[in-house]
Design a protein around this ligand. Structure first.
Ligand SMILES: Nc1ncnc2c1ncn2[C@@H]1O[C@H](COP(=O)(O)OP(=O)(O)O)[C@@H](O)[C@H]1O
Ligand SMILES: [Mg+2]
Length: 272
């Protein structure tokens, strides 16, 4: 792509408008955003050719929200997740978690933030196959410095919460996909995170099992106040989301509230 063509795709610069809010009100407003991505760009190079996976993403999530990032395969969902989760760094732009610019953190501080603030759920569950469900859930607790006895008690409680109280000694190979993803949900909750990032959590599950995982995430969001951000191209996710970020070709095309969605599309497959 020519440089001129790329310039045309730049978002129009925003006009500087003086805020009518005083400093205290502005601080409060910022504090309600637990995740902010500001003009994030990420370019991969393949055989010397640039591939613009994220082309200036602006995206924020309020504390306690359930937000779905919807977009076709290849639109940049996982890349955005890796940025928000501190697993990869933008080429340009900033990511703030709880108003901390994660690029300013040392590797030790970043590891602390990832361990304590964020719970990760992946499409492929990513459990340790030879370890029991209980051990899988306990592992992040050891990284956080919890004692064996405390970790065991907490992990057993979390497995019970996700409906696996009678399977704590099963290994992933002895479990169905849905059960494995429940273990992954319990593991994501291990260190009582403020945010759960779930990248295509239903991608490897059948429709019914996928619904139940989504319901579980929504329940955790509502009862524990954990902020949930899911990436998906699964339309079942829409009805449980407070807001939906539609992304395409590395840009947020539009943000949509749940009520707008129901009016616009009159979704018949509302699951709650
Ligand atoms: N490590 C990588 N190296 C090169 N290209 C990549 C890499 N990861 C992702 N991409 C490319 O970036 C684009 C966005 O990918 P991704 O974020 O995985 O999309 P999604 O999760 O929405 O399917 C795709 O074109 C993909 O091929
Ligand atoms: Mg992906």
């Amino acid at each position: 792509m020519s440089e001129a063509a790329e310039d045309l795709m730049e978002p129009a610069p925003e006009k500087e408008v003086e805020s009518p809010l005083d400093q205290e009100q502005q601080d409060l407003l910022l504090a309600t955003h637990i995740v902010r991505a500001v003009d994030v760009r990420r370019t991969y190079y393949r055989g010397g050719q640039p591939l613009h996976a994220l082309r200036g993403i602006r995206f924020s999530v309020k504390r306690g929200e359930y937000v779905s990032i919807m977009g076709p395969s290849g639109s940049g969902k996982t890349t955005l997740f890796n940025m928000i989760g501190g697993l990869d760094k933008p080429n340009e732009g900033q990511v703030f978690i709880d108003e901390v610019n994660i690029a300013a953190l040392s590797s030790f501080e970043l590891a602390w933030l990832r361990c304590h603030k964020i719970g990760y759920i992946f499409q492929t569950f990513n459990l340790i196959p030879v370890a029991s469900a209980l051990d899988n859930v306990m592992i992040p607790m050891f990284f956080a410095g919890m004692t064996q006895a405390d970790a065991q008690e907490k992990a057993a409680g979390l497995l019970k919460k996700v409906g696996l109280g009678d399977r704590i000694f099963h290994k992933p190979v002895q479990m169905s996909g849905g059960q494995q993803q429940r273990v992954a949900v319990a593991r994501a909750l291990a260190n009582s995170p403020a945010i759960i990032l779930a990248d295509e959590p239903t991608g490897n599950l059948d429709i019914h099992t996928g619904h139940r995982i989504i319901e579980l995430l929504r329940e955790i969001n509502e009862t524990d106040g954990v902020t949930v951000v899911t990436a998906t191209h699964d339309h079942k996710m829409l009805s449980v989301s407070d807001r939906i970020a539609w992304i395409r070709d590395g840009l947020v095309e539009r943000m949509q509230n749940r009520d707008e969605l129901q009016i616009e599309e009159g979704h018949a497959d509302v699951i709650r």
